[in-house]
Design a protein around this ligand. Structure first.
Ligand code: G3H
Length: 510
């Protein structure tokens, strides 16, 4: 055809009536690689209407049948891991092996979700009235979990497939319908993933995937009286163009009677969305500044290996990346030497070659990272390697002797640059960690488990890892951020529960 990938609505692949497309820039070549449809507001409205209708009968479909379809989709995702991974390599420069892992992990997540759903949703609660003072045993209360309705899922560029299915699968098993807006970088991988759900045979309209650029529809949207003057923001990390659409058009998409829940992973834009959202549950994961605290009794080889893996995998473009090392002065020289030695072994180059460090997602992201590096240089950080950049490719960089007046001490680079702050007490480390507006995860390295637990208790983050780098998985573990890092808790079981409401029926006996 015209080389523009179609969007998915009413169980069909469609061209937008806009006649326009959005290019997807390959981060490596910095040239357009794919194109997706620039959908219109009418098209968005239509698929939301269809999702509302489809959800009603889906909720009545037996739970075991819903699970069966999810198992089919999971198997198809694994079967199609090669084309999905190829898209991830071209669209987001994810190293080839990690790209394949993302597809397989996604299949595993979907089947686990189907299994967990039949247990979590397959049972309710029975209560009687006479346990509360003043009541006789005349009321029986039956509790069930019911779906919310249409759920809007917005994954970020760094896991366009995995962080889509982590929203889609719990939504579907719980009897909801899904409107997916993938990030522009990663949209084609997401469309391939949606194709697996299509092949599995889900009912028409239950799942839809809309692509587009807010600016294509912005004029039309802002002409609506309700929308004029609404805030306009762009998520640097995500280039999530529909985010613009939300902010122009909040009532169409996230408030009121159409969308009943919004699940978002990304950056600051989530805060703006949460301010616009109506009375609906939100699940948001908005980044972090995960600290790695190294005590003087730590296994430094273990710590160094985790710092390099945690700080530099996918070139630091993970919300759970190690983003600041807080090391006791007494072991700092030894640790920095070990980390330097491992950084020197990282391969830098093409995602197709499965290099460790690959180009960051956009030029603006590379420029932002460079801004943090320049600031650190001006303020006297020690550069453990020479700063080097070609296009969007930034060589891994460890910055020692970082001080709190440097931006890199607080901001998320979302790139392969890692600051080290030397501390003279554990309290200083905890204080730095807790002074952040983020609170996603953190980690502590020590051989003293009691100390580790006390530090974990003191760290204001959703998770603390003892003797390992931060990570979201395994995907059935709870995953949540405190403060600006998010709203709600994810992980398969928590997501299923979050995407339901409690409904009670009370039987009143004579
Ligand atoms: O980027 C945010 C992801 O939730 C992190 O997931 O820890 O599996 O890389 P990950």
């Amino acid at each position: 055809g015209d080389g523009v990938f179609k969007y998915y609505s009413s169980g069909e692949w469609k061209k937008s009536s806009s006649g326009k497309s959005v290019p997807i820039i390959n981060p490596t070549t910095r040239q357009p690689h794919f194109k997706v449809q620039a959908c219109t507001q009418e098209e968005v409205n239509k698929l939301i209407e269809e999702a509302k209708t489809a959800q009603k009968s889906w909720a009545k479909t037996p739970l075991w049948k819903r699970a069966e379809l999810l198992h089919k989709a999971a198997a198809l995702l694994k079967e199609h891991k090669v084309p999905i991974a190829e898209c991830l390599v071209k669209e987001i420069a994810k190293p080839a092996k990690d790209a394949a892992t993302e597809a397989v992990r996604s299949g595993d997540l979907v089947s686990y979700c189907a299994e967990e759903g039949v247990r979590v949703l397959g049972e309710g609660k029975f209560m009687v009235s006479d346990s509360f003072p003043g009541n006789e045993r005349t009321k029986y209360c039956l509790t069930a979990k019911i779906p919310l309705g249409v759920i809007l899922a917005i994954p970020p560029f760094n896991y366009p497939v995995n962080l889509a299915v982590s929203k889609i699968a719990p939504a579907l098993i719980a009897g909801n319908s899904i409107v997916l807006k993938p990030p522009t970088q990663g949209a084609v991988a997401a469309l391939h993933m949606v194709h697996c759900f299509h092949l599995a045979g889900f009912p028409k309209g239950l799942i839809s995937c809309v692509t587009g650029r807010g600016s294509e529809i912005g004029d039309f949207l802002t002409m609506h009286p309700m929308h004029s003057g609404t805030a306009y923001a762009r998520d640097r990390k995500q280039s999530n163009d529909l985010v613009e659409l939300y902010l122009h058009c909040p009532d169409v998409l996230i408030c009121g009677l159409n969308i009943f829940c919004c699940c978002f992973t990304g950056g600051d834009t989530g805060i703006a969305i949460s301010k616009k959202a109506g009375m609906i549950p939100l699940q948001m994961e908005l980044g972090g500044k995960d600290a790695c605290i190294i005590l003087d009794d730590a296994d430094l080889d273990l710590a160094a290996a985790n710092i390099v893996k945690g700080g530099f995998s996918y070139s630091g473009q993970r919300c759970t990346a190690v983003k600041v090392v807080l090391v006791m002065e007494s072991v700092a020289n030894a640790l920095v030497e070990k980390v330097k030695a491992k950084v020197a072994k990282l391969t830098v180059g093409l995602p197709e070659d499965d290099s460790d460090i690959t180009p960051v997602v956009t030029e603006s992201s590379a420029n932002f990272i460079e801004g943090l590096v320049v600031d650190a240089k001006q303020k006297g950080a020690t550069f453990c390697q020479e700063y080097r950049r070609e296009g969007n490719l930034i060589w891994p960089l460890l910055l020692d002797n970082v001080r709190p007046d440097m931006r890199i001490a607080w901001e998320e680079p979302f790139g392969p640059v890692l600051p080290v702050i030397r501390i003279t007490s554990v309290e200083e480390g905890i204080h730095h960690c807790n002074a952040s507006n983020f609170g996603l995860q953190g980690c502590v390295f020590t051989r003293d488990i009691s100390k580790a637990i006390l530090i974990s208790d003191a760290m204001e983050t959703g998770t603390v890892q003892i003797n390992s780098a931060p990570a979201r998985g395994p995907d059935h573990f709870p995953f949540q951020g405190l403060k600006d890092s998010g709203i709600g808790s994810q992980g398969i079981t928590n997501s299923i529960n979050m995407m339901t409401k409690i409904k009670t029926t009370v039987i009143n006996l004579p």
